[in-house]
Design a protein around this ligand. Structure first.
Ligand code: SOE
Length: 437
């Protein structure tokens, strides 16, 4: 972070200010500085107040975002860009909503206006050719990730790509090579790692409290495609169209479970899966024709982890009553951990080392200031939600950018999740154990 005394800043000429490496930034108007309103006082206390009343103010570097897409995930990411500087005021970079892009001009214009993007485009190629865009956020169906990411990397843009990274491992490899050749910062939005209770689970495992891990179990259950009347293809239902999504629950939902598993429990060696497509034909929203369904509606798989533990994963969009039940449980020799997205601020923990007369599952309400990310929000006892995981991911991306290190999961790391997904789908087809390459 660059700290300046207000009076020093005001006495410097605009040229000197622009030339100073410390305060390298594109828009140097006082209006922009005033808008930051982020102050750090001598005692390290942070507060928001008009800058002219305080001695110091923070100089941040704008990071101009070009958002490709304007659906549900684009809203989740945009909300994070808008919130992050208020809640992580020490970060050197400050996202600026520069442009949103989508093919339907009326829709993208309405999105840009509602969320505060300065401009809009209807062609992503135009967006990435713009000099005023630093980072491209890819929030469009999976079949478009590769082309946009590779072009954006060649144009020298940083890339924040929605999960899953790609349709296939081969595509993902090309994307990795493109960002590595261009040397641009890159990240994939596996947001659930940044839910404080999940991050706390990682800390507990890494501290060795669980001892040797025996089992990792995860589910991601939904029920929104049970009706045969739900179409495939089109804006809201592209996830059911294999040409746009690549796969069904494996890429869309199990990829989250797998990312979390690899992060918490290490690499997966091999898998044995079963997949099912319950509704074999659906109307295609774009062609207007009833077409065969190519995605997996449900998938369950077993696996071996490198650390010797056994994995059991299940995902479906046919679990009546479940809307987004992402759960995982890890059993170690000394302790176990359990987490549930529907109660995301809580981590369940069982410690065999407890005195036997009080031994049992305890529920940790992850809202204390010393728990991951929680000192940024309210006071102990007050919960946060799904959207905060995205704010945390942007904050980590910006901090890593400042410190010159890759933000995880980067493309290369997300490719490992892709490799597990691909092995699962191949195993579902062949009905044999498949090694993860
Ligand atoms: C699907 O319904 C979906 O929106 C996924 O695409 C997201 O990745 C998941 O977090 C919630 O469910």
């Amino acid at each position: 972070m660059v700290r300046l005394k207000v009076e020093e800043f005001l006495t410097q000429s605009p040229q000197r200010r622009r030339g100073s490496e410390d305060v390298a930034q594109k828009d140097f108007s006082l209006r922009n500085f005033a808008a930051l309103r982020t102050l750090r006082l001598g005692n390290d206390e942070l507060l928001n107040a008009p800058i002219m009343n305080e001695e110091y103010f923070q100089v941040t570097k704008p990071l101009s975002i070009g958002m490709v897409g304007h659906g549900f995930m684009a809203r989740a990411h945009t909300n994070a860009y808008k919130r992050v500087s208020d809640f992580f005021p020490e970060l050197a970079y400050r996202p600026v909503l520069q442009a949103a892009c989508g093919r339907d001009e009326a829709k993208v214009k309405a999105f840009a206006e509602q969320w505060g993007y300065a401009s809009h485009e209807t062609d992503w190629r135009k967006l990435i050719s713009r000099d005023d865009i630093d980072a491209v956020d890819i929030c469009v169906p999976n079949n478009l990730h590769k082309e946009i990411a590779i072009a954006a990397a060649k144009a020298g843009k940083m890339i924040l790509c929605e999960k899953p990274l790609s349709m296939t491992v081969a595509e993902g490899e090309e994307m990795c090579k493109a960002v590595e050749a261009a040397g641009v910062a890159n990240m994939v939005w596996y947001n659930y790692r940044r839910i404080p209770a999940v991050t706390l689970a990682k800390q507990l495992i890494d501290s060795g409290r669980l001892g040797r891990i025996y089992h990792f179990r995860a589910n991601f259950l939904q029920d929104w495609t049970i009706s045969g009347d739900v179409p495939q293809g089109g804006a809201a239902t592209w996830r059911l169209d294999s040409a746009a999504a690549g796969s069904g629950v494996t890429g869309d939902l199990l990829s989250h479970c797998i990312d979390t598993a690899l992060w918490l429990n290490g690499q997966i060696k091999d898998v044995s899966a079963m997949t099912e497509t319950f509704v074999k034909e659906r109307l295609h929203a774009e062609t207007g024709e009833v077409q065969p369904v190519g995605i997996d509606d449900a998938c369950a798989f077993l696996c071996h982890f490198d650390n010797g533990s056994l994995g059991l994963f299940e995902s479906t969009r046919y679990a009546r009553g479940h809307k987004a039940l992402f759960t995982f449980e890890i059993n170690g020799e000394n302790a176990s951990i359990r987490w549930d997205l529907h109660d995301l601020n809580r981590l369940e923990y069982f410690d065999h080392g407890d005195d036997s007369i009080v031994r049992g599952w305890r529920t940790v309400h992850v809202t204390e200031g010393e728990m991951p990310y929680m000192n940024r929000w309210w006071v102990p006892g007050l919960s946060i939600g799904y959207e905060h995981s995205f704010v945390h991911q942007v904050a980590d991306f910006l901090e890593d950018l400042e410190k010159g290190r890759p933000c995880q999961p980067d493309f290369r790391s997300a490719l490992q999740t892709q490799a597990v997904c691909e092995a699962v789908l191949n195993s579902g087809k062949s009905r044999e154990w498949v090694a993860v390459s």
